[in-house]
Design a protein around this ligand. Sequence first.
Ligand code: GLN
Length: 485
Amino acid sequence: MEPYELSISELREKLRKKDISSVEATESVLGRISEVEPRVDAYLEVTAEAALDMARRADLAIGRGEDGLLLGVPIGVKDIINTEGIPTTAGSRILEGFRPTYDASVTAKLKEAGAVITGKLNLDEFAMGSTTEGSGYKPTKNPWDLERVPGGSSGGSAAAVAAGECLGALGTDTGGSIRQPAAWCGLVGIKPTYGRVSRYGVIAFASSLDQVGPIARTTRDAAIMLRAIAGFDPLDSTSVNKPAPDYEAVLGAEVKGMKVGVPCQYFAAGLDPEVEARVRDAISRLEELGVETIPIDLPHAEYGVACYYIIAPCEASSNLARYDGVRYGPRVDEGGGLIGMYRATRDKGFGPEVKRRVLIGTYALSAGYYDAYYLKACRVRTLIKNDFDRAFQKVDAVVCPTTPTPAFKLGEKSSDPLSLYMSDVLTLSCNLAGLPGMSVPCGFTGGGLPVGMQIMARHFQEEVIFKLAHAYESASEWSSMRPPL
Ligand code: GLN
């Protein structure tokens, strides 16, 4: 087995035993990047020299007997997360050439944990999208089928991990952007509870929904990564002051007697029959492990898409006002004074999906429409959250498919934004309610495309998710599967 094929926990073991050095592991990953990147297009920037430097430092630290959660492990970072001195574009031309002067708190935490950062991963512009076709630079391909999308917006993160171009990656999730690409690339991805992980230095899309989280090949790897990045940060006013538990410690715990809710609304019309079959099989497997499944009702689920696609664009229209050609990135000035410069910069810098969201958001927030759209959406959001609160009086977790279908073909939906929005129907509510949610691999379609099962739990109960997901993973063979690249 090549080092790039190892899981994070396996590599860590080998590094500790000095069976391999971090430089060797990093060289293996960089070699894999040279081999497959021309076909996968997961990276916007590979920081090979800096990575080898970090690996050399990690080897010295290991030599001194030091330890770290990710010491010497090659990890990729979604390009919406600030990395000091390294271009950070959010997938947008409006930030082309922008080099942050500081690290996001999660980047700093990766470094503290000893990670070797391999580079910046592609995404839909400002994380708005579900395919990475919305990147201002290039679309990423799904390593399981290069004619298909990897999902999005953290599509570069998922494709890179699936292809062996890093051992784990950070993504962000506003409405499904960690879980959906994880599902489509056969990986584990967790969106932590809102407030669990700092967003300081993470370029904002929709601030009441955004969270950072890991995408990895196994639940153990995701647990290691989440522990490394979770915890209170005084620099993010929405970060919650609760200690980050050792998620790895709960792996392998007994799941017998746990209660899991299966919402009928998430198995409704539009669900691909193969996806449904794989998820139902996975639920039966959980039952064999002694988990009790209970039908539950989430009556406002059907309003999730409408509610999200008001709230997220409203917040985005406000957050994106700062890209004006003055404060960040390139400026386009073709005359017309200050307003002309703003207009030309934003016209050239933003792609069509970002413009659509800024227009929708500005409209929905404008005087006379605010109550009818934004305020109403906020109220519906509360109803959606209340549905979950009610369900969690009876169950420890909720399980359902992560996505209604497997990965689409490149170009299949790019001219139909509404049908793309609809495809987010199973992941959005988790963000609206602020809950933690994971996608865990649960098999393949007849055509060889990965399918994911989603597990959600109460606020700050990521451990419950890890317990269930790990028990299922241990009773299935999916985490050992690799794409035929
Ligand atoms: N697909 C959703 C959107 O386009 C979610 C994106 C995300 O989670 N960043 O907004």
